[in-house]
Write a protein that binds this ligand. Structure first.
Ligand SMILES: NC(=O)c1ccc[n+]([C@@H]2O[C@H](COP(=O)([O-])OP(=O)(O)OC[C@H]3O[C@@H](n4cnc5c(N)ncnc54)[C@H](OP(=O)(O)O)[C@@H]3O)[C@@H](O)[C@H]2O)c1
Length: 269
């Protein structure tokens, strides 16, 4: 267990932390503080986006944390409204973050115009200002399209995944093509933490329901980015490296798959 790797290898050889902090819906004024709690409790990845309105807070939290920028993985995303101006939007994100590079830049949604946007991301990648590029909310069909025209295939696909929405087919497809899968809303946006199976498993391992859900994904090779703005949750959500779910319990969690999103389409982050 102690030798378990805390990073995943991307298709360009970089290693990305397997656990990160998501900051969707954290107010910009509060974000720096939350980011500092996370970095103090061992997180080395922060997931933000243009549309979260808190890139500035992320940058400030990192700058004030005392942790070396180069030891932290920063992901941000190209907003839907910016799909036709990817490069300009990217520079604006860098300015808000107060950084001269990000580790991962994602196309947030496959909105009309995403293929042109991807060409912009390829140029950004070539410039070295994004160490890796990827996509979010892309299904298999989009990735198959990309295989036809992309010069650089995405390193990561960030999609909604939890024990209740496991996306096995997409994960298998990505595994075969060396696209790392990253789970957003890995705690079901907080909606299913009281599920009976999750709670029973938590009791058995003397862990919290959130830790069980995070651990499930880590054991399946998925990058997990739980969000919290409560210090105790931020800290406890990182305590997921000191236990292992037995396969029988993994199977019980796997039986929870409902293949249903927690979100109506309009409300997603
Ligand atoms: N690419 C996309 O389209 C997309 C879409 C959605 C999300 N994301 C990313 O994924 C990240 C995570 O997803 P998410 O924000 O939807 O939700 P999530 O991480 O699935 O769940 C967050 C919710 O769970 C609560 N929570 C966290 N830890 C807890 C704990 N230990 N005990 C009890 N409750 C706990 C949080 O409340 P407290 O804050 O009060 O702890 C919050 O209400 C986002 O922040 C964002 O970075 C990306």
């Amino acid at each position: 267990m102690s030798r378990e790797s805390r990073t995943a290898r991307l298709n360009n050889g970089l290693r990305m932390p397997r656990l990160g902090l998501g900051v969707w819906q954290v107010k910009n004024e509060k974000t720096a503080e939350v980011v500092k709690w996370a970095l103090a409790s061992g997180y080395r990845q922060i997931d933000t986006a243009r549309v979260y309105g808190n890139e500035e807070g992320v940058g400030r939290g990192i700058a004030e944390s005392g942790v070396d920028r180069k030891d932290i993985w920063v992901t941000t995303k190209l907003g839907v409204g910016d799909i036709r101006r990817a490069e300009e939007a990217f520079w604006q994100s860098l300015a808000r973050l107060g950084m001269d590079y990000v580790d991962l830049y994602l196309v947030h949604w496959p909105m009309w115009g995403w293929k042109e946007a991807w060409k912009g991301l390829e140029r950004i990648y070539k410039s070295g200002r994004a160490r890796a590029i990827g996509v979010s909310n892309f299904d298999r069909g989009h990735l198959e399209e990309m295989e036809k025209f992309a010069r650089v295939m995405p390193a990561v696909d960030q999609v909604e995944i939890s024990p209740f929405l496991q996306r096995r087919e997409l994960r298998e497809y990505c595994r075969e093509r060396e696209i790392v899968v990253e789970a957003y809303s890995p705690l079901t946006h907080g909606k299913r933490l009281h599920d009976a199976t999750i709670e029973q498993t938590a009791k058995k391992y003397k862990k919290t329901p959130a830790q069980i859900m995070i651990r499930w994904g880590l054991q399946r090779g998925i990058i997990m980015i739980p969000k919290s703005e409560k210090r105790e949750h931020v800290e406890s959500n990182a305590e997921v490296w000191d236990f292992e779910l037995e396969e029988a319990d993994m199977a019980k969690l796997e039986a929870l798959d409902k293949n249903e999103s927690e979100f109506p389409l309009w409300s997603r982050g």
